[in-house]
Design a protein around this ligand. Sequence first.
Ligand SMILES: *Cc1c(COP(=O)(O)O)cnc(C)c1O
Length: 404
Amino acid sequence: MTMIEKENKFCAHNYHPLPVVLTKGEGVWLWDEDGNKYLDMMSAYSAVSHGHSHPRLVKALTEQAAKLAVTSRAYHTDRLGPFLEKLCTVSGMDVALPMNTGAEAVETAIKAARRWGYHIKGIEKDRAEIIVAAENFHGRTTTIISFSSDPDYKDGFGPLTSGFKTVPFGDIAAMRAAVTENTAAILIEPIQGEAGIKMPPDGYLKDLRALCDEKNVLLILDEIQSGLGRTGKMFCFEHEGIRPDGLTLGKALGGGMMPVSCFLAKRELMDVFNPGSHGSTFGGNPLAAAVGLEALKVMEEENLVEKSAEQGAYMMEELKKLSSSLIREIRGRGLWIGVDFDPARVSAREICERLKEKGVLSKETHETVVRFAPPLTISREEIDWGITRLKEVVREVESRQSAA
Ligand SMILES: *Cc1c(COP(=O)(O)O)cnc(C)c1O
């Protein structure tokens, strides 16, 4: 049996992977079982912003694993405080609640917002509402898919959790109209990653901040994908000079090594939790804390945020030179760019399959968008190499179609 056959036999079919079997990663490069080399333009959905097997992160992981890895929060450790202190400092938030996966951080945010709604705002029992945006992606738990607008995510998983209201993304008037006295929070991605790197109009976050202040509603930003340098700022909210009341982080927080997530908040919001009201066996374990702290330090000391801004601007400029009738739009910020293909001409899946043959790994989101989100450590030469491969693929598909 090949590795693909084995996986297909023993692993649930909840993904549709490209047919490549990876065995090794280093920096922006990946290798398959036959020794072929690929440029990683996906970074595990932005979890590998530091590049694969970053030596400092490998060291932090192995040293801490050899010393003390998991204790549960039944005890204090010498690793958790320093990690969360650093995270609060870089984000400007007061307090953090450590979890493991992104979905858990979002669940934490939802619980915090609801309790704040009852205990602080004074919403009537079980009436709290959270407003979300259409086409959101916040994870895969039963509650989170309850407010997804993608039927694939929800079909057959009911009964769903109530208490959520959906408005179009980027539409401040619709958001204003949806707020009621029972609204505890607005939960939103500053840029919608899984929807295809969809950007709101300029000023949207600022307008949301003002609306929330006016109506005594929490602004909770999900920066699990957009945060930690991906958009050319440490956090996407910095582009508009605002600060949320609650913030979810994950993915790159684990340095491309392990799941590490956090819900961060202002003091008044986080203080709704007391012992027994929330928790996680693995959340905040010393291994995760050691890796998370090192991930933040590497990001600063290697100027990964500045690199994301610079290389991202360069990549955008180069991608725009592609000019092809196959492409409808190129959009994004920092090293997070979506190329939207015309589905009448070619599927994003076909582009990804052809890129793979040429040594570039990406992944389609929905039917039309190919994402370019390499590790933030990528060089200009590596960007050029990747874009040249994309150019070849685009020209091949164009010429096939003009011959037909
Ligand atoms: C990936 C993602 C999540 C979910 O994270 P998991 O670690 O897969 O649970 C939540 N929100 C956003 C914006 C994401 O991109």
